[in-house]
Ligand binder design. Sequence first.
Ligand code: PAF
Length: 278
Amino acid sequence: MIRVESLNDLWQARESLDEPVAIVPTMGFLHEGHLSLVRAAKKRATSVVVSIFVNPTQFNQETDLEVYPRDVERDLALLENEGVDLVWIPTNEVMYPPGFQTWVEVGEIANPLEGEKRPGHFKGVATVVSKLFTAVQPQIAFFGQKDAQQVAVIKQMTRDLNFPIEIVAVPIARENDGLAMSSRNVNLNPEERDASVVLYQALQAAKIAYDGGERNGDALRLLMKEIISAQPLASIDYMSCADPSNLQELEVIASEALISLAIYIGKTRLIDNLILEK
Ligand code: PAF
């Protein structure tokens, strides 16, 4: 496995890779969810590049960036074990050289949900992902479905900027009790960890109601609200039942819906979602 930091070293290493090349962009502190992206990438591509970069511009709160967990040596051992070909760990100066002033901003699809609650977040994501794409020149890129809106934003950006890259969304990896895997889960104390299963429980309750014929968006949002509100450690940031194609809230589900949640468990903000299929 080759490990590089500078752009020149990346470009040189990239030349030695057999095509097709896949990229798995990450912010490190890897868990099974990331490894499932790497495994999916290995199935589809001849060479796999993983980037590790805690992107400061997508954190709208300084404290969130400060507590974001990091362990590069452990990450490298995990990636080596998965048979990754190249790991790029750019520095802040590589991604944001002094005087940096060029941004990628995606339109309407980036506005609701995470975009509304975390102003500037998707501007940071779209900018860094487009820089990763430009530098690595992959044919395929893998992202986790846990960040459903991120996937939608990146697909939109890829179409709009004509990047010749296929975007693949990989299903959410979950702990045994249903909690979606996330680097942020380590910030939960044992009591909060127990409480955090409430996100999955709320989504499952909505799915059961939907499978039983409920098609009213408000009824599903209310059902999830009741379940979350019954958990004293949880507070709601948003709850949504939206059209997956544009993320606009639905009054009535005519075909599919994306139900998604952002919930604080103590000080830790967790997100989760599922698709209600036709
Ligand atoms: O999903 C993430 O970890 C990040 O948003 C990404 C895509 C690596 C961009 O920094």
